[in-house]
Design a protein around this ligand. Structure first.
Ligand SMILES: NC(=O)C1=CN([C@@H]2O[C@H](COP(=O)(O)OP(=O)(O)OC[C@H]3O[C@@H](n4cnc5c(N)ncnc54)[C@H](O)[C@@H]3O)[C@@H](O)[C@H]2O)C=CC1
Ligand SMILES: O=C(O)CCC(=O)C(=O)O
Length: 416
């Protein structure tokens, strides 16, 4: 990353929020409110580790804005979690919910930890401890957690169980991304990837590329990346590159996706099984039509934006492209489907899960997919139209669509 490039994702987000609010005609007071979460909780979670010693973990929960409805967003377990990251992620959740027109505000949580180095028992204690620490400020009509990086349906189940014990009643609507038998929704596990695949198909139409001729590179082979590889492969595209935290694989003739999915571990690691790998940075610059960052932040920067070969960039990860790189790609005519739109499939199906929990009536997978597709395409069309009519790049267009709903709700409530 170049000196001066905005690698702080909170600062970058605030920069685009400010621009979006200005373009929509809202004043500085609105920016002042929306640039930070309304509430940020920092908690300390003591866990008795398997070695008999207590380790005290630090966790966060940010509630960006609840003018539209209860706050909603995932919980990430990762050694690099920071307060600023959780804040930015909660703002992005507000934007995702605004863009897709679902009745939530944005929230997000994180715990500084490395689940790859923890036992099942330790992870259970940590998950339960986190819920005990935040139980007063979350709930089915307050703030609803979900999975994110290195958290999954098992962790959601432990969190649900702990919350239900504290409240003394079963409360499935407290959390989404649960196992099916505990009130989870069909299609939630694959929802983020499904949403991304819907966006890719629409982007291919706009670029007049036949999916059967399309070459795809995906960075990250976890929940989002591996299911996306499966969907793209099934749709007839050639998945030529994938990667995980350890490195990447590239084959211009297409990779054996079924084999890779079969062999990946629960953290989305598979390249350790191969002798010939490339680096993640090399992967991003390989020849392809569609590039999908589906891992972590700040992967596409001024250092590599000029070298990206793809004509379509679909951001499954949150915050993979810096603002400077966004402008370079936009100037080069790359069609960028920004994170706050492309990765919204997860929260949309989480919303469906919560609706199903509230009504006690459950939908089929087909019903979920049909509704998901409708919302994603409607959101894309709105943003694409804003991009064209207002002459702004796709990221700014998405922010304008997303922040408008939050700002209007704030105005109606008389907060500003
Ligand atoms: N799981 C969900 O429902 C949603 C996830 N997202 C976003 O998608 C991205 C991926 O999330 P998940 O697939 O859930 O996480 P995951 O934990 O299941 O998988 C992450 C993948 O990225 C790889 N990775 C980690 N660090 C890396 C690095 N430095 N370089 C390259 N690869 C690296 C891991 O090896 C793994 O393959 C994140 O940005 C997350 O916020 C967005 C919306 C919803
Ligand atoms: O499913 C959800 O509620 C939130 C998913 C999430 O954390 C995200 O979209 O970044």
């Amino acid at each position: 990353m170049n000196l001066g490039e905005s690698e702080n994702i909170l600062y970058s987000t605030q920069t685009v929020i400010k621009e979006a609010l200005e373009k929509l005609g809202f004043g500085d007071d609105m920016f002042d409110l929306l640039k930070e979460p309304l509430r940020l909780f920092k908690v300390r979670i003591p866990v008795l580790m398997d070695n008999g010693k207590v380790h005290v973990f630090t966790g966060f929960r940010a509630q960006h804005n609840d003018a539209v409805g209860p706050t909603k967003g995932g919980v990430r377990f990762h050694p690099d979690v920071t307060e600023d990251e959780v804040k930015a992620l909660s703002i992005w959740m507000s934007l995702k919910c605004g863009i897709t027109d679902i009745p939530y505000g944005g929230g997000k949580g994180g715990i500084i930890c490395d689940p790859r180095k923890m036992s099942f028992k330790e992870l259970e204690k940590l998950s339960r401890g986190y819920v005990r620490a935040i139980s007063q400020v979350v709930g089915p009509s307050k703030d609803i957690p979900a999975p994110d990086v290195m958290t999954n349906s098992q962790i959601m189940a432990w969190m649900l169980d702990e919350y239900s014990r504290i409240r003394e009643f079963d409360s499935p609507g407290f959390i989404t991304g649960k196992p099916l038998v505990l009130g989870g929704s069909h299609g939630r596990e694959t929802a983020t990837a499904k949403g991304v695949s819907i966006m890719i198909k629409e982007a291919l139409i706009k670029k007049e590329i036949d999916i059967l001729d399309a070459k795809v590179v995906i960075q990250g082979f976890g929940n989002a990346g591996s299911y996306l590889a499966k969907f793209m492969h099934e749709a007839g595209a050639k998945v030529v590159g994938i990667s995980d935290v350890l490195g990447g694989l590239y084959d211009p003739n297409g990779l054996d996706i079924d084999f890779l999915i079969d062999r990946r571990d629960s953290f989305g690691t598979v390249t350790n099984l191969f002798k010939k790998t490339i680096s993640n940075q090399e992967l991003l610059e390989m020849d392809c039509d569609i590039l999908v960052p589906a891992a972590i932040e700040n992967q596409i920067t001024v250092d590599n934006a000029e070298k990206i070969k793809a004509s379509i960039l679909v951001e499954a990860a949150n915050g993979p492209t810096t603002l400077e790189a966004t402008q370079i790609l936009s100037d080069r005519g790359v069609l960028l489907i920004p994170d706050v739109l492309a990765s919204a499939g997860g929260v949309i199906v989480s919303y469906f899960e919560w609706v199903q929990n509230n009504q006690g009536y459950y939908w089929s997978e087909e019903e979920v997919h049909e509704k998901l597709e409708k919302i994603m395409i409607r959101a894309l069309n709105k943003i694409y139209q804003t991009h064209q009519t207002r002459g702004v790049n796709m990221r700014l267009a998405a922010y304008m669509v997303g922040v408008r709903k939050v700002a209007e709700a704030v105005k109606y409530r008389g907060w500003i």
